[in-house]
Design a protein around this ligand. Structure first.
Ligand SMILES: Cc1cc2nc3c(=O)[nH]c(=O)nc-3n(C[C@H](O)[C@H](O)[C@H](O)COP(=O)(O)OP(=O)(O)OC[C@H]3O[C@@H](n4cnc5c(N)ncnc54)[C@H](O)[C@@H]3O)c2cc1C
Length: 400
């Protein structure tokens, strides 16, 4: 089945984000000669998301610089990119997808690469003007407008959630001179991924840049002022934080609705094996919409450019009849102020951490261990050490 598809037939890819584009290009690069159609519900050419909370929001990049490829590049590769087209149904039995306009398209191979959507807190007032999530270029443009509004009216920015996206927006807003409060419900920042010592370091970093950081802060409502615009956030303890705008950075939910409705196995994400196969023959999935299980049964959802890229390459290889499994150590980065964090590996299950270097200096690293086993290495401002960490972790993986 898989090698048959390598020679002929139509591959339909739903979603033109990092995963969808890499699947298409890897198929062509690997010699796939059949038709490749990518459909994306966003009305813009495929673009890079990471700069939306960083350089683009800071005004250092123009919109055009976000583009992944020029439209001609897709044409040259014979990739039929259809933007502004939403897939609303998958019929896995008759092997066709249905679009929002009622048209259908048959496929031989289907790849679901629908990404994820920002989680929205169920709070009174959450729909007020000036309350934002951040996933798309449209979201980012609305945030940029609200930052301008806050600057003009000297109003503070409130970020709910001390995860990567929230903290990157906080850092960008501070660099623009705005007053910023970050509300984090947990007792430390980035608690799911960072060592406690690095969470404390990030708290100090933000406070030293003038962010008002409130840990253990649980919002109860978003209060609406004149003309339907947000004016404050009330916390569960009754205190109020003034807000000219609010950014919700409280995680994402995998876009697995289409797959679920089509009868594919899902578990807060489309369940795939290491080669990107779903529970249904001929249907693959890659990127933020997926979940796979580690050897100890832990579900793993990566939300990263590298995770999407690696998985997409595995899907393409499998479709080309050369199944390969995710091989390299996952890695991720985050830019806040003048600090670049790079994470190699997965810190889940760590019970011991070792700091190398001086945390008061420009660069240092933190190793995550479970007993004696090295799981992950976080580096600050040291690309060289990060690359060495990846090699070290990959060597460890191969020896296990
Ligand atoms: C602000 C921001 C900053 C980030 N920073 C970093 C970073 O520093 N480092 C890092 O590694 N990662 C970062 N990420 C995460 C990274 O961008 C994602 O992990 C990556 O984009 C996932 O790619 P994807 O293709 O799985 O999903 P997406 O890029 O979300 O693409 C999915 C596409 O499918 C479309 N789609 C969904 N449903 C349908 C449908 N029914 N029909 C048609 N199209 C559909 C969506 O609209 C979307 O365009 C960041 C993300 C954001 C939002």
């Amino acid at each position: 089945m898989e090698s048959q598809a390598a020679e002929q037939g139509r591959v339909v890819i739903v979603g033109a984000g990092q995963a969808g584009i890499v699947v298409a290009e890897s198929l062509r690069g690997g010699g796939y000669a059949g038709q490749i159609v990518i459909m994306c519900d966003e009305g813009v050419a495929p673009y890079h998301r990471p700069p939306l909370s960083k350089a683009w929001l800071a005004g250092e990049l123009a919109r055009g610089q976000l583009l992944m490829r020029s439209p001609e590049a897709f044409q040259r590769k014979g990739i039929d990119l259809r933007i502004g087209v939403k897939v609303v149904d998958i019929n896995a039995v008759s092997r066709q997808v249905e679009m929002a306009d009622g048209n259908t398209l048959a496929y031989d191979i289907l790849v679901i690469a629908t990404g994820a959507s920002p989680r929205v807190l169920n709070l009174p007032g959450v729909k007020a003007q000036g309350v934002h999530v951040l996933r798309s270029i449209d979201d980012a443009e609305s945030i940029a407008d609200s930052l301008g509004f806050c600057a003009t009216h000297d109003l503070p920015v409130v970020v709910i959630g001390g995860g990567f996206i929230g903290l990157e927006v906080a850092s960008t807003a501070r660099m623009k001179g705005l007053r910023v409060t970050v509300l984090e419900a947990a007792s430390r920042l980035l608690g799911r991924v960072l060592a406690p010592v690095l969470s404390d370091w990030y708290a100090d970093l933000h406070r030293s840049h003038g962010v008002s950081l409130m840990l253990g802060a649980r919002p109860k409502s978003i209060d609406i002022g004149a003309e339907g615009r947000v004016q404050a956030v009330t916390l569960e303890d009754g205190s109020q934080v003034l807000a000219g705008m609010v950014v919700l950075g409280v995680g994402v939910i995998a876009n697995d609705g289409l797959a679920k409705a089509a009868g594919l196995t899902c578990d807060a994400g489309i369940v795939v094996d290491d080669a990107g196969r779903t529970s249904y023959s001929g249907i693959y999935a890659a990127g933020d919409c997926t979940v796979r299980y580690l050897s100890d049964g832990t579900p793993l959802r990566l939300e990263s450019v590298q995770g999407a890229t690696e998985q997409a390459r595995c899907v393409a290889s499998t479709v080309l009849g050369k199944p390969r499994e995710v091989a390299c150590a996952p890695w991720f980065w985050s830019d806040q102020y003048d600090k670049k964090l790079q994470i190699a590996g997965l810190s889940h299950g760590a019970n011991r951490w070792v700091v190398h270097g001086d945390m008061f200096e420009e660069s240092f690293s933190v190793e995550h261990y479970c007993d004696d086993q090295l799981l992950a290495i976080d580096t600050i401002n040291s690309a060289k050490e990060h690359l060495a960490a990846r090699k070290r972790l990959e060597a460890e993986l191969q020896n296990r």
